[in-house]
Design a protein around this ligand. Structure first.
Ligand code: UD1
Ligand code: CA
Length: 457
């Protein structure tokens, strides 16, 4: 939609979160709560989007540093919602049109609702339109007072409401459309003569009505959408609904979720069709997963690229890694950042990797640490292999050529190179480079002292 901008209120601390972090920066389904209304406003065409910040303003600024369409306006003291919107005036000085006013703590608001609100507001030539909802329990919200013909007259806050007004079930969602000319000509008229001694934005409605201007109250069909998060229980509830939407979208695009209620996938994660995700997985960040993969229970994947046909077995943790096609990982493997596994690589249980490249068809099936290593194709890494990459001061690299066989319980003391097609015998500590096509063995030969145990007795 054209000629739309947005003001999103986010200066408050959010005392009921009982947190050192301001409310709007608490994550909901993997991103700060405020990123959700920002997205909805942007998708409705709003530009610029002005965030009114106060408490921990720097953390909000930092979160949106890279968004050109977002500006921040400082509200030093939280004197009320009307005062907060007035603080956005300078940032909107060049703008003429419809201003959406939203709160940073309503992550469930959808773009469809915003577009519908703007369309009704414009179709009716209103100067101010408020989104309302019917609540069985309206406690705490501002109530919408209408006249006998149903026209909105004013909004009265819980603390200022008469018992009769408190029985009204239609509440103010705190979401508005206002024409910019009207908004900035009148916002200075709002006073603070009320129970909370605050500048109430809601008084703008009374001002418009008293000027004989058209105001609308549009009641949403889905009162869950306008839910404001005030405490951690409500945050968990909102996050659950967000995840449900994300999961539904994935299922519609061909991803199988064995139990969507117990699958935690962040917004922005991409997953190909015919991939199956078992319960209690958590998939986050910039992760992209191909098609035909199986992700078993309890897997955690962050910032990874995973190709087609991969199998990630139960309890594995993958971070910042790149897996090509048909790679098998786990159960209980840990791929740390910088791990690159080419086609058909197999990483087995209790294997940890960090900053390694493993060529096609190579395997490390059991109990191994591979760090700072370059491993060729068709390499077999035996059980209990360790790349000793750290000398207490610096990290060093291990290079293993194609077709190498590393026996069990081998330590590779880096920097060291094992040439292609060599065999390192079980129990060997490799401290010098191994030429290609060789056998490397460093073992004390075995001595059998017969009858030794009998003599001891
Ligand atoms: C407000 C509405 C109420 C509505 C409710 C919906 C007013 C006077 N009341 O009440 O009618 O039913 O929202 O949730 O507007 N904020 C600032 N600066 C301030 C004050 C608030 O940025 O000086 C921000 C808060 O951080 C919050 C939002 O504005 O994100 C709403 O403020 P809050 O104090 O929670 O308003 P309510 O009392 O809930
Ligand atoms: Ca509130």
């Amino acid at each position: 939609m054209k000629n739309v901008s947005a003001v999103i209120l986010a200066a408050g601390k959010g005392t009921r979160m009982k947190s050192g972090l301001i409310k709007v920066m608490h994550p909901a389904a993997g991103r700060p709560m405020i990123a959700w209304p920002v997205d909805a406003a942007r998708a409705a065409g709003a530009e610029p989007i002005v965030l009114v910040v106060g408490h921990q303003a720097d953390s909000v600024r930092a979160a949106f540093r890279e968004s050109d369409d977002i500006r921040c306006a400082m509200q030093e003291e939280q004197l009320g919602t009307g005062h907060a919107v007035a603080c956005a005036r300078n940032e909107l000085s060049g703008f003429k049109g419809t201003v959406l006013i939203l709160c940073g703590d309503t992550p469930l608001l959808t773009v469809a609702t915003l577009k519908g609100l703007i369309a009704s507001h414009r179709a009716n030539g209103a100067v101010l339109t408020v989104l309302t909802a019917m609540m069985d329990n309206p406690q705490g919200y501002g109530r919408v007072v209408r006249d006998d013909s149903g026209r909105v007259l004013r909004i009265v806050e819980q603390k200022d409401a008469t018992p009769e007004e408190q029985s009204i079930r239609e509440i103010n969602s705190g979401i508005y459309c206002v024409e910019s000319d009207f908004l900035f000509a009148n916002i200075g008229l709002i006073g603070s003569d009320n129970a909370q001694q605050e500048f109430y934005l809601t008084d703008l409605l009374l001002i418009a009505v008293s000027q004989g201007l058209t105001c609308l109250g549009i009641c949403t069909g889905d009162s869950a959408e306008i839910m404001g998060v005030n405490d951690r229980a409500q945050l968990a509830e909102a996050a659950r609904i967000l995840r449900r939407r994300i999961n539904y979208g994935l299922m519609c695009s061909g991803v199988s979720l064995v139990d969507p209620e117990q699958t935690y996938i962040d917004q922005g994660v991409l997953i190909g069709p015919d991939t199956t995700i078992h319960p209690t997985c958590s998939i986050s960040g910039s992760t992209v997963i191909g098609s035909g993969c199986t992700i078993e229970c309890g897997v955690s994947i962050d910032d990874c690229r995973i190709g087609d046909g991969c199998h990630i077995k139960a309890g594995s943790v993958l971070e910042g890694s790149e897996l090509h096609g048909a790679v098998a990982v786990g159960p209980m493997a840990h791929l740390r950042p910088g791990t690159v596994l080419h086609d058909h690589v197999k990483i087995g249980n209790f294997v940890e990797t960090k900053k390694i490249v493993m060529g096609e068809g190579s395997k490390a099936s059991h109990l191994t640490y591979l760090g700072d290593a370059e491993i060729g194709c068709n390499v077999n890494i035996g059980c209990g292999t360790i790349t000793c990459n750290y000398d207490g001061v610096n990290k060093h690299r291990t290079v293993i050529g194609d077709d190498v066989f590393i026996g069990s319980d081998v330590q590779l003391v880096a920097p060291v190179t094992v040439g292609r097609n060599s065999l390192v015998a079980a129990g060997t500590t490799v401290t010098a480079d191994v030429p290609p096509d060789s056998l490397a063995i460093s073992r004390v030969s075995q001595v059998n002292k017969e009858g030794w145990r009998l003599k001891k007795r």
